[in-house]
Design a protein around this ligand. Sequence first.
Ligand SMILES: Cc1cc2nc3c(=O)[nH]c(=O)nc-3n(C[C@H](O)[C@H](O)[C@H](O)COP(=O)(O)OP(=O)(O)OC[C@H]3O[C@@H](n4cnc5c(N)ncnc54)[C@H](O)[C@@H]3O)c2cc1C
Length: 412
Amino acid sequence: MSHPSYNITSLIIVGGGIFGSAIAYYYKKENPDKEVVVYERGELCSGNTSRAAALLSRVRPYSHVIPLSIETYRVIAELENITGDRLPVSYNGALHLASNSEESKALAAMLGKASGFGIGSEYISASEAAKMAPWLDADSAEKIAFIPGEAITDSYLLGMAFATAARIIGVKFVRNTEVSELLKYGNQVTGIRTNKGVHSADKVVLSAGIWSINLAYNMGIGLPFAPVRSQYWITDHSESQFPVSSPTVLIPAANFYARPQGNSLLFGVREAKSVYADPKTLPDDINSYKFSNDNGWQDLEEGWRKFSPFFPGFDKVGIKSYVAGFSGYTPDNQFVLGEVDGIDGILLATGCAGAGISIAGGVGLGISRLAGNHPNPFNFEPYRHNRFGSIDPYSPIHLANCAAARSKKTSG
Ligand SMILES: Cc1cc2nc3c(=O)[nH]c(=O)nc-3n(C[C@H](O)[C@H](O)[C@H](O)COP(=O)(O)OP(=O)(O)OC[C@H]3O[C@@H](n4cnc5c(N)ncnc54)[C@H](O)[C@@H]3O)c2cc1C
């Protein structure tokens, strides 16, 4: 199949979640004469982006991840200028608790890496921590680090800020339109097929979240991640226990994280055995998926045994909401970003490892530079799609490995 060059779109982006919207924004900003079209099956940012707990954690165990989140912090003011709307970002900081010498060592190493990027932190006492987060009893912690400036936001609004800014500078969004196939001629991706016809492009970005697995598989790429469930709960309102100004709290020993949500507490527990889905069984609309028969109650009971010493008042607090969704986890808890070996004209922005909101800026900038054939300011080497060799993305062993990786995650 050949195509005339005069009517080929420069960049087609498949999926209008936070990744697709961010990439569209950066690419159009740096390539104003190029045409950029985003295809979204439903409504923008209505997939897993709208379900995130929206911790914008910069401080993570890997040096290559930190700059991706730093870019997200930088771009927020830029998006606000373009859209004219303030984003609800709270820079309340974060408390990281270490409960034994191994965790204290890991915490010190992580803070050392963060300080290399200019992110400061200090160790504080349990009573100082309780002043910041009155629900927290950190007496048993060996070390408590406070990282000022760590932020939380609303993930849907941040995703929509990228989309709105992108639209203002000229990106075209085609909503309610499903991409059924990525088209390839020899080793070159040439465009996409939708229910409305074929659309050719110089480059295609695959940013269809967990659904990317099936689209990639149909063109011979086995993406190395699985849809793995995350879930969190939101407590009833209590101004005295959950001040809006309190920091995010991360407790690896209890597989627990929490952040203020107004005057309530949003908290998540990473189960010992994370739940995954076979990618073939995913519904088109995530809102129709039954994530739990009991609003995660059994998992909460299991998690409670570990987190209750840190949250002694928990049994007197009411729970008002439950939220669950899928993230794309790999066996090494890293992302799947960048070029595809052996196939030109396609870029991957998938495998978010539950951190897609905080790294959205870096993903947007890095992928857009690669799409424009410019050097990527970030190191995407650890995120190569073929780092595990050949993967059958439907194999139960592979899916279980990905779920196990999420259970071991300790950062935000
Ligand atoms: C409960 C929960 C808590 C989380 N908490 C955090 C957090 O605190 N911090 C953080 O950084 N991250 C968090 N995450 C992860 C974050 O939500 C994801 O990393 C992020 O939303 C990924 O964005 P995305 O654009 O890749 O995916 P999505 O938002 O799922 O977007 C993919 C889009 O592609 C579209 N699409 C799919 N197939 C097609 C097709 N064939 N044609 C056209 N369009 C298609 C979908 O409709 C969808 O809109 C959390 C996730 C969950 C579930």
